[in-house]
Design a protein around this ligand. Sequence first.
Ligand code: ADP
Length: 246
Amino acid sequence: MSQCRGVSSDSPQAESSVPRGPGGPAPIPAVHVVLIGPPGSGKGTQAVRLAERYGIPHISTGDILRSAVRAGSELGRQVADIMTKGLLVGDDLMTDLVRARLKEPDVSRGFVLDGYPRTVGQAETLDGMIGAERMIVLLIDVADSEIVRRMGTRRVCDSCRLTQSVADPFHPTSEPCPYCGGNLVRRPDDEPETVRRRLATYAQYALPVIEHYRKRPTFAVVDGAQHADNVMAGMTAHIDSVRAKT
Ligand code: ADP
């Protein structure tokens, strides 16, 4: 599969949201990255790397919702059941959550958005919030069979919260976290039945979202079956080439 295809025209990018001081250094344009990909495509891992590289926040709607569930907040109570079933939380609730997060001051330099938009309604709302021409959209493409394999071994440390793989998918608690010694546990929504439902939900909702973005010159597809370093290289090549044209 091709590494990364995309940028093919010179459509104008929006001005940076960093203020331009008179006679000051040229402003660095904000980077607005939207990552799309099936569960288990490595989106979260790559989002963290991109955020570090460009010095921008990683905004994961799944992480925000999971910490709300852990904290037992009103939001957490509303979404816990939906998440465990592998279904989608309603557009209105998600949009309120993302709108509030994008108003935080750390977003002035941009963001890596991971997990939103998941429906065409959310994509249209995001265009309204950010401006369609300002978003760099990357699809991490991975076959279902590879995802099922990966999810069988995915665990999260219940102490340091790092996501990692275990060698033996059938003995889920046999290995301690190699970083802090904590317990490696399966996310409730990584249970095989829920994974199947999440993949079905992704297939149902993601295609129209991808079509929403596909014709944009800032859209690219990266082969997520490659080594993680190559996935990262494909993504940064695309982001940098879009930015070079702005
Ligand atoms: P995945 O690992 O499947 O990519 P995430 O960690 O992004 O999943 O999200 C976990 C769950 O949180 C989803 O299965 C869904 O229930 C809910 N969720 C996260 N983002 C959204 C969203 N933008 N719209 C609706 N539901 C969402």
